[in-house]
Design a protein around this ligand. Structure first.
Ligand SMILES: [Zn+2]
Length: 144
């Protein structure tokens, strides 16, 4: 395990350098002073996606969804619950494929929901279809 970690702030997108030992101490952002972990999925857009995927040294689990997709909406509470349970071991994020069509095209999202895990800027796992909280957590832990 490395001694320091880079973490991207979910509020101001600043890259924070944090001792790994402080991960569990509710760390705050050096720039905006807000909590680096909010217990809720983070909305990613074309504007901040690359920064969060590329600079976070934690695994980032992305839910590609859309507001009109029933199974996506049904899975949202399970995804939020998983964010609360897995932070600070992983960052959970959402991409609205309706408003972020360029990201959906770039990652070749053909069905939703599609979940993808990114680590070190690379996609390391992907699965389509809704999952319940238990399945989702197990799937993430298998890869992180
Ligand atoms: Zn910040």
């Amino acid at each position: 395990m490395t001694d320091t970690l880079h973490l991207v702030c979910p509020h101001c997108d600043a890259v924070n350098r944090l001792p790994a030992a402080r991960l569990d101490d509710n760390p705050t952002c050096g720039q905006c002073r807000q909590a680096l972990f909010t217990g809720a999925p983070l909305d990613l857009t074309e504007a901040n996606f690359d920064r969060h995927i590329g600079r976070n040294e934690l695994p980032v689990v992305v839910d590609f969804w859309a507001p009109w997709c029933g199974p996506c909406r049904a899975m949202a509470p399970a995804f939020a619950q998983t964010a609360r349970e897995l932070e600070p071991a992983a960052r959970l994020a959402k991409v609205d494929t309706e408003s972020q069509q360029q990201l959906a095209a770039r990652f070749n999202i053909r069905s939703i929901p599609t979940l993808a895990i990114f680590k070190g800027g690379r996609e390391i796992a992907r699965q389509s279809g809704a999952m319940d909280a238990g399945t989702l957590k197990r799937w993430i832990k298998t890869h992180c």
